[in-house]
Design a protein around this ligand. Structure first.
Ligand SMILES: [Zn+2]
Length: 347
């Protein structure tokens, strides 16, 4: 089969690789219908996260079950399924608590020795615990497939951030970051009943989308000016719940400074840079909590799925460019140059 591999920074290839096959009784092989490129894939693309030459990549996909091992009972050949960005066994202490990302037997698609989502097919360990079945008719609905694909990462991650920040009815939520995760956090905050949602971002097409997703205010400034602008909107107090969806020192500092005393930050931007931007004494004095981290999206899929199926929540507009598998290197280029927000890959 063909799959995307990374050989060096900015050197993405689509090449022939061995066909995946069931190796253990709990495995399934999924033929990929849709996958996508994540903002976090760009760290590998730019050489800021190390990869072995020829390593697979891509951790968001949905597709059709092609084969299953002898122990698999939850999915059958021909089922349409979505995969979260990590596999998990579903039975360890962490999985039972819903923290599937800490699974004792879990792992990442595209890690050394495993298949990546940006390819024709993927071997899925612990298929019963990892995969979630979808209605078969969704396979012929392009918009719905795009919306469902976000369950593999960005929608669940946005939800994790909004939950961690304490988004709730009546709350004011601020979202730092206008990437796909930040935009999904806007959707999630609205879904959780937030009264006011302030989106911070400078890219007009993205902040327009934030408004469409439920943002009531947009702040285009950065740094100190952004802090001033959010405070002006909130009687000088800041937001009850703040989502940090960037991962830089500056964005974390902004998040702290726009959080209302007693509020919380839900952080899901993968941390990069030497410092954290956190001033613990400020957080202490103002009773600011910090929650979040890598999102256990598998645990959120059952809760989010019905709203996506009935159209109450529609994250599909985060995809603004679609490429075929052979076009994946172009997709990386477009996301790196920020000419595309999020790139979907068709089979
Ligand atoms: Zn587990």
């Amino acid at each position: 089969m063909r799959a995307t591999t990374i050989h060096a920074p900015f050197d993405m290839r689509v090449e022939d690789v061995p066909d995946p096959a069931v190796r253990r009784p709990g495995d399934a092989v999924v033929r990929v219908l849709r996958s996508c490129i994540c903002g976090s894939d760009l760290w590998a693309y730019r050489g800021e996260a190390a990869r072995q030459p020829g390593q697979r990549i891509g951790h968001e996909f949905l597709g059709i079950v092609e084969d299953i091992g002898a122990d698999v009972v939850g999915v059958r050949r021909g089922d349409l399924v979505v995969a979260p960005f990590m596999w998990s066994d579903g039975v360890c202490d962490y999985c039972r608590e819903g923290l599937t990302t800490s699974c004792e037997h879990g792992g990442f698609w595209g890690s050394v020795g495993s298949d990546g989502g940006q390819g024709e097919a993927v071997r899925v360990p612990f298929a019963d615990a990892t995969l979630v079945g979808l209605p078969a008719e969704a396979a012929s609905d392009d918009r719905l497939l795009a919306a469902l694909l976000t369950l593999s990462d960005v929608m669940g991650t946005g939800h994790h951030a909004a939950l961690g920040a304490g988004a709730r009815p009546g709350a004011t939520v601020a979202v730092v970051g206008d990437g796909a995760v930040g935009l999904c956090a806007v959707l999630a905050a609205k879904r959780l009943g937030a009264e006011r949602i302030v989106a911070l971002g400078r890219h007009e097409a993205r902040t327009d989308l934030a408004r469409r997703f439920g943002a009531t205010d947009v702040v285009a400034e950065r740094g100190e000016a952004a802090v001033e602008a959010v405070r002006e909107l909130t009687r000088g107090q800041g937001a009850h719940a703040v989502v940090e969806a960037v991962g830089t020192e500056q964005s974390m500092r902004t998040a702290v400074n726009i959080t209302r005393d007693g509020g919380a930050i839900g952080f899901v931007g993968v941390p990069h840079g030497s410092g954290t931007g956190l001033d613990l004494s400020v957080m202490f004095d103002r009773n600011i909590a910090l929650r979040g981290g890598v999102a256990p999206v598998r645990a959120y899929i059952p809760e989010l799925l019905p709203d996506i199926l009935d159209g109450t929540v529609d994250p599909s507009p985060v995809f603004d460019l679609t490429v075929t598998l052979d076009g994946v290197p172009d997709g990386y280029r477009a996301m790196d140059e920020r000419t595309a927000l999020k790139v979907m890959v068709t089979g």
